[in-house]
Structure formats: structure tokens, C-alpha cells
Write a protein that binds this ligand. Structure first.
Ligand SMILES: [Cu+2]
Length: 441
């Protein structure tokens, strides 16, 4: 995998040594989202093998010069290997090209890695350190036109929708049901900058299910999901502000610079559900039967999350100790595509909430805002379909009694506080959602 990462990317060691942050600022307008597959998705046996990267590239490769970007997504199935070796039948939107965008000419990566492969740099890089996304992420730049051809290779209708959890809100987008064997080509509508989940939400429609009120999220959790990142014109910033709402103009906000960005996709699997889907009986799945055994971040569980292949690229934030008042932190986009409520508890630093999903509400007049904008949180609850843009400041932990000697690697855990994840698999905690982040001094 390391070879794949290096291919086509410029090592940034020289830049780390020679470029001041200011010298890089002029590249902002030329920067765009860059994606690639380090390992072809079609051959991927485990989640996380197909990686998408975002970095800077030369001025000759500006966005839009070759017309709309086009990707082909096949709705299909895949066997994924869980942390205990169990092979799970899952669904996914498989990028036919094995990647979601152009290869990144001139993207930069730090040449230094920790012993476990985690990309590391011993200074705060600004405006040019590529980020590596897990698979299932589609990044677009504000104003960029993305055309998608969707083909349904499964045996029942599926769709591609972008929506909020609240069924009373209009959707951002919906292809409508796509019958088996058919294709449709569509252009994504322009959306305000932010983080979105795309998914198959046909299970919320009564004509496709026996008990529709019980089925929201089944197809998504079984694998038909992904993350759409809409970046502001300066892709090294994220818009901090109120939640985006369907059909309403961009709510505005403040541009907050980050050093790198990470995407954490939280999911859960009940193998009995996967078995039903494999047997072509997904419609029989009853929400009330959900007993998840596997809890994943970016498709990985347990030790695979913290130290497995690819974890050092897209699951474990790593950065130099910095002054959060003058230097950018690291952005974590956390989304819940599963059925359970997940609770990410990050140790060492609190994260600041830059943008969330609309407040969860049981009734329209009763919004419950668990995670207010700009709050500093150590535990961020993630309800199904929640998305949070969170800034990890990479500061010295505030309860540290003294400064830390230089040259240290401080590892802090991030683990789930969600009760089912602690008791799954007979209580073999921590076998689920956990990782760590690394503060370099
Ligand atoms: Cu905790």
C-alpha cells in the first residue's frame, strides 16, 4: 500500500524544510480535490483498501478544464472480512474506475512515517499536505460539476439519495428507485459546503418494505452509503456555522483553516442481517432484531482500526503539537451510517464542533441539540445520519502538569461510549470502534 501512496505524489520532505506556510498560500486557488485508489477497489477484500487523497497539484490541472467530472458507481455486493476473520456479505456503491476522480499530479505527502506506517510530519504544514480519505468518500469543490452514472447490479431496486434523518424534511437529492440491471446518469445538485451522507434510503418507503417505519437505514448500514464532501473554494478550509438545510441557501459561516482532514465513517453490522441480504431476503429484515456484533470506523474494527493496514493513513490523526490560537488544527468529519447511536470519546484534546447535522428531534417542534455549534466536546454522540465537522486542536492536553519533552509520540485513544459496542461479541471490548490519535512533540 505504501507504494501506491507514493505513486504520482511528490515527497514533501524538501518542502517541509524549505517552505514557509506563507509561501504556499498562493497555491490555494489552484488546489483541488484529488483522488485515487491505492489498491483497486474491485480487488479489495477488506474495507479501507481503496483510498482517496486530496492534495495540491499544478496550475495546468485546474478543475473544470475538461468539463464535468464523471464517475461510474455500480450498486453491487462485496465480502468484507471482519476483525475476527468472519466474512460478511455487504453492499456498496463501487466506483467502476476504482477511484472517484483524477489521479493527483504533484500531490504532496510527508516522507516520514512512524513505525506503524502513520504519516507524520514534525512541523505544522499549511495548504499543501495531502489528506487521505477512506473509500466511499466523494470530494467535490464548490462550483465543480460532478456527473454520476449509477448502475444497479443487485437483484432489487436501490437508489442514491442525500437527506437528513428527519423524514419530514425534503431531501437534498434522490435518483428515485433504480430497478435491477438499469442505469441512470445524473448531475449532483450544487450543495452548500459541508459533509453529507449519500445512501440508499428506499427502505423508508412503504412500497419497498413490509413495515416501513422499522426499516430506515437498513440498506445504508448494509453498505449502500458514502460521504460527499463539498468544500468551499479554498479546500483547506471548512465552513464553521449552522447546519445546512435542504432547499435553503447556504447558511454562511466562517472559514476555518485545517492542516489535514480525516473522515471517520461509523457503522455497525448484525451478521444475521447480512445473511438475509445475501439470501436475497433483505426486505424481511426487522429493525427490532438488530443485535450488532461488529462496530467499525472506515470499515475497520478493534486492532485493525488502530494498527491495521491503512489505519495510519485515514483513521489515525497524527500531528505536531501546536498553538491552536495561531496554527490550524486537524479536521475530523465524523458520520454515522449505522443503525445504532455511536458515541466517540476522544482523549487528550477536546474537539470543537464546527458544523453538525440539524438537531435531532422526536417531534418537529421539539429539537434536541446534543452538540451545539462551537462547543468543545470530549464525547460526541452520533445518531444515525449525523455528520459533524470537528476540529482537533492538537494542543498540549490542558491537564498536563508540565510541557512535554520534544521528540515524544503521545498516543491518545478514541473509543466508543455507545453501550452496544461495549457488549458486542460477548463483551469482548474493545473489539469495535476505537482508534488513537498521535501528538508529536
Ligand atoms: Cu471514554
Amino acid at each position: 500500500m505504501r507504494e501506491g501512496v507514493k505513486t504520482g505524489a511528490q515527497a514533501s520532505e524538501a518542502e517541509e524544510g524549505s517552505s514557509s506556510p506563507e509561501a504556499r498560500v498562493g497555491q490555494t486557488t489552484r488546489r483541488q480535490f484529488l483522488t485515487y485508489g491505492a489498491v483497486g477497489l474491485a480487488t479489495a477484500g477488506a474495507a479501507g483498501a481503496g483510498l482517496l487523497r486530496w492534495g495540491n497539484r499544478g496550475a495546468t490541472a485546474g478543475a473544470g478544464t475538461a468539463g464535468p467530472r464523471h464517475i461510474d458507481l455500480d450498486i453491487t455486493h462485496r465480502i468484507e472480512t471482519m476483525v475476527d476473520g468472519t466474512q460478511l456479505f455487504t453492499w456498496m456503491y463501487l466506483p467502476r474506475q476504482g477511484k472517484a476522480g483524477p489521479f493527483p499530479d504533484g500531490a504532496t505527502l510527508p516522507t516520514r512515517t512512524l513505525d506503524d506506517g502513520t504519516m507524520a510530519t514534525y512541523q505544522v504544514l499549511r495548504h499543501h499536505w495531502a489528506s487521505v480519505f477512506p473509500e466511499r468518500v466523494i470530494p467535490v469543490l464548490a462550483g465543480e460539476t460532478l456527473e454520476i452514472t449509477l448502475t444497479n447490479n443487485l437483484g432489487e431496486p436501490h437508489n442514491f439519495a442525500i437527506r437528513e434523518e428527519d423524514v419530514e424534511l425534503p431531501k437534498y437529492f434522490d435518483t428515485g428507485a433504480l430497478p435491477p440491471g438499469q442505469s441512470t446518469t445524473f448531475t449532483l445538485p450544487p450543495l452548500p459546503p459541508g459533509t453529507y451522507i449519500f445512501e440508499d434510503d428506499l427502505d423508508t418507503l412503504p412500497e419497498f418494505w413490509n413495515t416501513p417505519e422499522d426499516h430506515g437505514g437498513v440498506c445504508r448500514s448494509l453498505g449502500l452509503h458514502g460521504v460527499l464532501i463539498v468544500s468551499p473554494p479554498d479546500p483547506w478550509t471548512v465552513v464553521s456555522g449552522p447546519p445546512n438545510m435542504p432547499l435553503l441557501p447556504a447558511p454562511g459561516g466562517e472559514a476555518v483553516e485545517f492542516e489535514r482532514q480525516y473522515v471517520w465513517v461509523f457503522n455497525d453490522h448484525d451478521p444475521a442481517w447480512n445473511a438475509l441480504a445475501q439470501a436475497g431476503r433483505a426486505r424481511e429484515i426487522d429493525m427490532a432484531t438488530h443485535i450488532p456484533r461488529y462496530f467499525t470506523i472506515n470499515g475497520r474494527s478493534g486492532v485493525d482500526c488502530a494498527a491495521g493496514p491503512g489505519a495510519g493513513l485515514d483513521t489515525r490523526p497524527c500531528g505536531m503539537l501546536r498553538d491552536p490560537h495561531s496554527e490550524p488544527g486537524q479536521l475530523i468529519r465524523a458520520v454515522n451510517v449505522g443503525i445504532e447511536i455511536h458515541g466517540m470519546h476522544i482523549h487528550g484534546n477536546h474537539v470543537q464542533v464546527l458544523k453538525g447535522a440539524p438537531p435531532f428531534r422526536f417531534k418537529l417542534e421539539d429539537p434536541v441539540e446534543f452538540v451545539p455549534h462551537l462547543a468543545f466536546k470530549d464525547v460526541v454522540p452520533l445518531h444515525p445520519r449525523d455528520r459533524y465537522d470537528l476540529l482537533l486542536p492538537c494542543e498540549l492536553p490542558r491537564d498536563a502538569a508540565t510541557t512535554v519533552a520534544p521528540g515524544q509520540q503521545l498516543h491518545y485513544p478514541m473509543h466508543s461510549h455507545s453501550e452496544p459496542s461495549q457488549t458486542a461479541g460477548g463483551g469482548l471490548y474493545p473489539g469495535g470502534q476505537l482508534t488513537d490519535w498521535i501528538l508529536l512533540t
